[in-house]
Design a protein around this ligand. Structure first.
Ligand SMILES: [Zn+2]
Length: 212
């Protein structure tokens, strides 16, 4: 569902542009709102969330899908944790649909989906591993990288249950906005998208803004 935000970009206390292939890692406090802005369109923002006060509690796609009774995420979706606690709520969305079943790109999956020689190319999972290695104090390890949200990605499920990776429905300037319902660690990989034709092989930056 399309809901526009009333928040003004100039009033955000934090604004950060994230290049494709880079990661974004920040703690967003309970009650704060943040926006992921697709600057040029059709990016994929592969995102993980953790409870900032107990890193073992994390975003759970299965709990979220079951609780809302819908496969897709959009305004009104409450993102649930693996302890079935509400972590965040999508409060605005100008894209209309986000995926949480397709998973993130990895060097391994790229070889299966595209070609064997893609093995050495950069993937979202690499960005997350780098984030974890460069921010040891958080206490995250490889096993904490689990199912994620692909903001702006369009992965429709067909009537007979098949997963399809379709062209994006996002565009330049579209955004999704979330309110934190607990203190959360936000870890985003702005997908390098080196293999995915959905963005014409032209990976572009995103911007993340946070309001008090
Ligand atoms: Zn990716």
């Amino acid at each position: 569902m399309i809901i526009e935000s009333l928040l003004q970009a100039e009033q955000a206390f934090s604004r950060e542009v994230v290049e494709a292939g880079d990661y974004y890692l920040k703690v967003v406090k309970k009650g704060q709102t943040f926006r992921i802005l697709d600057l040029e369109g059709n990016q994929a923002a592969d995102t993980l969330f953790y409870n900032a006060n107990d890193i073992s509690e994390r975003y759970s796609a299965t709990d979220t899908i079951r609780e809302q009774g819908n496969l897709y995420l959009t305004s009104g979706s409450v993102l649930m944790s693996n302890e079935c606690q509400p972590m965040l709520k999508i409060v605005a969305d100008t894209c209309g649909r986000h995926d949480t079943v397709g998973g993130a790109c990895a060097t391994e999956s790229n070889t299966v989906r595209y070609a064997l020689e893609k093995k050495c190319m950069h993937a979202c999972r690499d960005s997350w591993l780098l984030a974890i290695a460069e921010n040891e104090t958080l206490g995250l390890t490889k096993k904490d990288i689990t199912h994620n949200i692909n903001f702006f990605m369009n992965v429709p499920v067909t009537a007979d249950g098949k997963l399809t990776f379709a062209d994006g429905i996002s565009g330049a300037g579209k955004y999704v906005e979330l309110e934190a319902l607990m203190d959360v660690v936000v870890l985003i990989s702005n997908c390098p998208q080196l293999n995915n034709p959905c963005n014409a092989y032209n990976p572009t930056p995103i911007e993340v803004l946070i309001w008090q």
